[in-house]
Design a protein around this ligand. Structure first.
Ligand code: B12
Ligand code: SF4
Length: 467
């Protein structure tokens, strides 16, 4: 079968107002999930898949539908987060109108969390919960035989089906290297890119930790590619002309030996690359960070979340402020840029506690900080707690999925501080960090070209206007 896999543009994304303002300036990254799916289908089935990055091309739903028609596709696969679900549904509607016979399959974190609710919409024929490679190939095999049922297909559901558990690939090293030429790979870069083009790489999936606000899309079990396979993928990209990588693993540094081996092999093969990872402050040490720096690691992003032990404990974050301070210090000493995420608006959090977080963030002397208001993400423990305690009267996310509309406000924990106060504190936090003389000076000192200056100035201006 011919399949068109679409990464929809998302002008209606559910996102904080100040993030919306700078979205355009953040750059574009490849839809690596869809690229991986298409590569798998090519290598493990008779089906052919095209990947359409409609976000990069700023395509309207109607333009996507036209493309689907002219491409000769027999089925379309759309990828959605709950935050981009409305845009996905608009694309599905446009396709249904233009080509009623095309089967429409929905996958991604949203389909995993809300499979049955998503199927309430007649524009969606199938949902795939979890990692799509194996389920999608099996579904297309069946559709090619003219069968519509989903009996026995892992993670696949259609209207009227009982809920089925998500499919997670037991051995991720069986997944092929995504063929990045399937989308315009030269055009990808983010605002923090220093050596574009930039690509995304997943060297592992899953995270065994238990933070209450997180929906751990990759499951609780850490499943990783062994070091040689990771370095092979890096080298493959270098041969294409890509030298900058964002590891989107939930927890890149979980397996210390694997990290050290990846770094050793990058150096042994002489790969001249730059890369960023996400980690936890309790899963790094000076030796590991030194090795990472020597192998080209340029930035580590830590989830520090709060400047108070009370909130860290409440989130079951299982880290301490001291660990955060240590990790940031070791990272800087290794010569790697430091980036930390902070959240404000935890259960019972007072204004004074938020200001404490702000002071703590400043005291760490970070290179980049991301502050956000704690969004009660669907199907997380924090969200369940809000429902249990009556803080939310209804399952507002479920309502939204059943009836998505513009202007939906994602739920916050408005117990002590309300949305307006939280947003004002967020503005204060962002301004105090990014417009501080120390940060501005550091940014200027690290600029490498007039182009970079222009890009960052534009993003900074949008941020300022958005605030
Ligand atoms: C990297 C990342 C980002 C990056 C880039 C996102 C991107 N554009 O690719 C950035 C930093 C920009 C980001 C931002 C946000 N993110 Co984010 N992000 C992630 C992260 C860590 C990895 C995503 C990824 O690349 N995965 C790797 C690929 C291989 O997996 P995948 O894309 O999911 O695809 C697989 C399956 O989902 C499935 N699949 C996917 N599409 C399809 C389609 C079909 C047809 C089929 C059959 C299968 C299928 O098969 C694929 C292959 O196995 C995930 C957590 C996670 N582990 O997934 C969160 C995650 C996706 N993000 C999330 C959120 C909420 C956001 C934000 C909305 C946060 C915010 N409040 O602003 C923003 C949105 C901004 C934006 N413009 O996109 C949530 C989504 C939850 C939900 N209910 O949908 C997640 C799951 C995090 C979490 N734990 O809650 N994010
Ligand atoms: S926030 Fe990070 S460490 Fe915590 S469960 Fe999610 S992925 Fe794991």
């Amino acid at each position: 079968m011919r399949l068109l896999l679409v990464w929809p543009a998302h002008p209606h994304i559910i996102s904080p107002p100040h993030m919306k303002a700078i979205q355009e300036g953040l750059g574009h990254l490849p839809p690596i999930g869809l690229i991986g799916l298409a590569t798998w289908l090519r290598e493990h089935s008779e089906h052919q898949a095209e990947v359409l990055d409609a976000l990069l091309g700023r395509m309207t739903p109607e333009q996507v539908a036209e493309h689907a028609l002219s491409s000769g596709a027999q089925a379309v696969g759309l990828s959605a987060m709950t935050h981009t679900w409305l845009d996905c549904l608009l694309v599905a509607r446009a396709i249904r109108k233009a080509a009623p016979d095309l089967r429409i399959i929905l996958g991604g974190p949203h389909a995993t969390l809300f499979p049955l609710e998503t199927l309430e919409h007649p524009e969606v024929d199938y949902v795939v919960a979890g990692e799509g490679e194996v389920p999608l190939a099996a579904l297309l095999d069946r559709l090619a035989l003219g069968r519509e049922d989903t009996e026995g297909l892992p993670g696949v559901m259609r209207r009227g089906d009982p809920p089925r558990p998500r499919y997670l690939h037991p051995d991720v090293s069986e997944l092929p290297i995504p063929d990045r030429r399937l989308t315009p790979w030269r055009r990808y870069a983010s605002v923090v890119s220093r050596r574009p083009p930039t690509t995304v790489i997943m060297s592992s999936r899953g995270c065994p930790y238990r933070c209450t606000f997180c929906s751990t899309a990759g499951g609780k079990k850490f499943r990783a590619n062994p070091a040689p396979r990771v370095v092979e993928e890096l080298e493959h990209c270098v041969n294409l002309g890509i030298r900058e990588f964002l590891f989107f693993d939930e927890l890149f540094t979980f397996d210390r030996q694997r990290v050290l081996e990846i770094c050793r092999q990058i150096r042994a093969r002489g790969l001249d690359i730059a890369w960023d990872v996400r980690s936890r402050v309790d899963r790094v040490d000076p030796e590991m960070l030194q090795a990472m720096a020597q192998a080209g690691c340029q930035r580590v992003q830590y989830g520090v979340e709060s400047g108070t032990e009370r909130v860290l404990a409440l989130f079951d974050k299982d880290i301490s402020l001291e660990q955060a301070r240590q990790a940031v210090l070791w990272t800087r000493q290794a010569g790697i840029s430091t980036y930390a995420d902070f959240m404000i608006g935890a259960p019972g959090e007072t204004r004074e506690e938020v200001l404490e977080t702000l002071r703590f963030a400043h005291s760490l002397d970070l290179d980049f900080v991301h502050f956000s208001i704690t969004m009660l993400l669907p199907r997380t423990r924090l969200y369940a707690q809000a429902l249990r305690q009556g803080l939310l009267e209804r399952d507002v996310w479920r309502d939204y999925v059943l009836n998505p509309s513009e202007g939906f406000h994602p739920p916050y924990w408005e117990e002590v501080l309300d949305a307006r106060e939280l947003e004002a504190l967020l503005r204060q936090a962002v301004r105090s960090f990014y417009f501080s003389p120390r940060f501005l000076w550091r940014s200027l000192a690290s600029l490498r070209s007039p182009g970079e200056l222009l890009r960052k100035a534009r993003a900074g201006l949008k941020l300022a206007l958005g605030l």
